[in-house]
Design a protein around this ligand. Structure first.
Ligand code: NAP
Length: 494
């Protein structure tokens, strides 16, 4: 995507959409799908079709993998400084195009424009961080304990990678994989979600402009993800699979990846606890709860899903939190002042509504959530539920919407046990002023990430990832590049 004219209201939408390539990006060229099929992309705020993109077939997927395989040895041999500078140019271009990319993201995914701008900044940062890491890949040298030989290790790229990304962060979930893979010297086939392909297609064009050679990054869009990806996962030319999405699909892909014993990273679903202890700074806890719950309209794997509030502060916390939730503005993410955009699909609205109704039937009370929302579009009012029974579906499943479910507790160990009582283990949060408690609780929470008095934990310089059914592998931080590197050991007698 090139820069579009910008009016006082922001970029010209029609021009912006027209500037996005809609083909498959294979071996450095834009192609139609081999079957000639296309896939419609809709705006969840209006239901309108924005445009159509190529609908890849299995044959197209295999062509993309062939291109990645062919480019692998050349890209691995490209000097790290060159790979680094390409990534740095990609960072600069992305930052320069923030307004266009953010608008595109809001159009196809729905999040408020301010949050899309935030995602562009976050996503671009992975390019900058891994541009810096590309030139710091190193091995080791030592003398064996018996003195008989030298033991050397060297790091080499894993090889062609398959990347599958979700719709909720259409840009950042891509750059978090593409950045380290490029830095490490890996080529790739990227498959974005069918609801939000435009952002990734725009990114593919930007990466080519930044100097990524043909065949290194290939992007395929498809309405038949399973049928197109399975043959690639089972193909011996692929060496790594990295997936961000639901636990159910992740499990399936891990099974498929067993055939070729692929290196695998899985960033899966969450069911984050948010604990407010009796000694918490309640102003900070309410701010943190808003961020942890409402970032991305609640459609985030890190979203606070289960609130556990100490009985002595539950009423005050619930009232203040509900006031803030009720005051949010629901509408089209492009409109001024909107803080809650539409959910991704009508089906998602139905699923979240069913969880709320189930909780109320089970005895929960609604503090807010009945405010009117626009009739057209997939909108849902921010909702706060208190006295939610622990066995209600809403307390056990990932909500993925603007709904907060509050429970109370009296004892620290009980709060931790209930927080850990889930198959998931991605993000967790708690608020306390007691430093000893902070360390104690952080150690005991069975999660890959813990926010202590912090409602936002994602940071490109930190290792993002989960344990248990939230997956394995880390993205970002010093660990992020290791997912794309193999360690080779070389023995040399003295
Ligand atoms: P999803 O249904 O699992 O889809 C994720 C991606 O997988 C999409 O690109 C999808 O393509 C593709 N896919 C679906 N079925 C497939 C198959 N059989 N073979 C290969 N690919 C397949 O998840 P989602 O609803 O888009 O995303 C929400 C989930 O992602 C939530 O559970 C959330 O917690 C999780 N998530 C996790 C993280 C993390 O870092 N841990 C970050 C963000 C989101 P189609 O669009 O064509 O179906």
């Amino acid at each position: 995507m090139t820069n579009t004219n910008t009016t006082d209201q922001g970029p010209d939408i029609a021009r912006l959409i027209d500037a996005v390539p809609t083909g498959l990006f294979i071996d450095g060229a834009w192609r139609k799908a081999s079957g000639g099929g296309t896939l419609e992309v809709r705006n969840p705020a209006t239901g309108e079709v924005l445009t159509s993109v190529a609908d890849a077939t299995e044959q197209d997927g295999l062509a993309a993998l062939a291109a990645a395989d062919e480019a692998q040895s050349r890209w691995a041999a490209t000097p790290p400084r060159e790979r680094s500078e390409i990534l740095r140019r990609a960072f600069d271009l992305l930052v320069e195009r923030t307004e266009d990319v953010a608008t595109l993201m809001t159009l196809e995914m729905g999040k408020p424009l301010a949050e899309s701008r935030g995602e562009v900044a976050y996503a671009a940062e992975f390019f900058r961080w891994f541009a810096e890491e590309a030139v710091r890949i190193h091995g080791s040298y030592m003398t064996a304990p018996n003195g008989a030989s030298h033991l050397l290790t060297m790091k080499q790229p894993v090889g062609p990678c398959l990347m599958v990304t979700p719709w909720n962060f259409p840009l950042a979930m891509g750059t978090r994989k593409i950045g380290p893979a490029l830095a490490a010297g890996c080529t790739m086939v990227v498959k974005p979600a069918s609801e939000t392909p435009l952002t990734m297609l725009a990114l593919a064009a930007l990466l080519a402009e930044a100097g990524v050679p043909a065949g290194v990054v290939n992007v395929i869009t498809t309405s038949s993800s399973g049928a197109v990806m399975e043959p690639l996962i089972r193909d011996p030319r692929a060496r790594k699979l990295t997936f961000t999405g639901s636990t159910a699909i992740g499990r399936k892909l891990v099974e498929q990846s067993a055939e070729q014993l692929l290196r695998v990273s899985m960033e899966l679903g969450g069911n984050a606890p948010f604990i407010v202890f009796d000694d918490a700074d309640l102003d900070a806890a309410v701010d943190g709860a808003m961020a942890a719950k409402m970032r991305n309209i609640g459609e985030a794997c890190t979203a606070a899903n289960r609130f556990f509030v100490h009985e002595s502060v539950a009423s005050e916390f619930g009232t203040r939190f509900a006031e803030r939730m009720c005051a949010m503005t629901v509408g089209d993410g492009l409109a001024e002042g909107v803080t809650v955009g539409p959910l991704i699909t009508e089906k998602a609205v139905g699923e979240v509504t069913a969880l709320v109704e189930g909780a109320v039937e089970a005895g929960a009370t609604k503090l807010c959530g009945d405010e009117a929302v626009p009739e057209v579009g997939n909108f849902l009012a921010p909702t706060v539920l208190v006295d939610v029974p622990g066995q209600a579906d809403i307390a056990r499943q990932e909500i993925f919407g603007p709904v907060a479910a509050l429970q109370t507790f009296t004892d620290e160990d009980d709060a931790i046990a209930r927080a850990n009582d889930t198959e998931y283990g991605l993000a967790s949060y708690f608020y306390t002023r007691d430093h000893a408690r902070a360390m104690r609780v952080a150690e005991k929470l069975q999660y890959g990430m813990v926010g202590v008095n912090a409602g936002v934990i994602s940071n490109p310089a930190a290792p993002f990832g989960g344990v248990k059914a939230s997956g394995f592998g880390r993205e970002g931080g010093f660990e992020g590049i290791e997912e794309y590197l193999e360690t080779k050991y070389v023995a040399m007698p003295r």
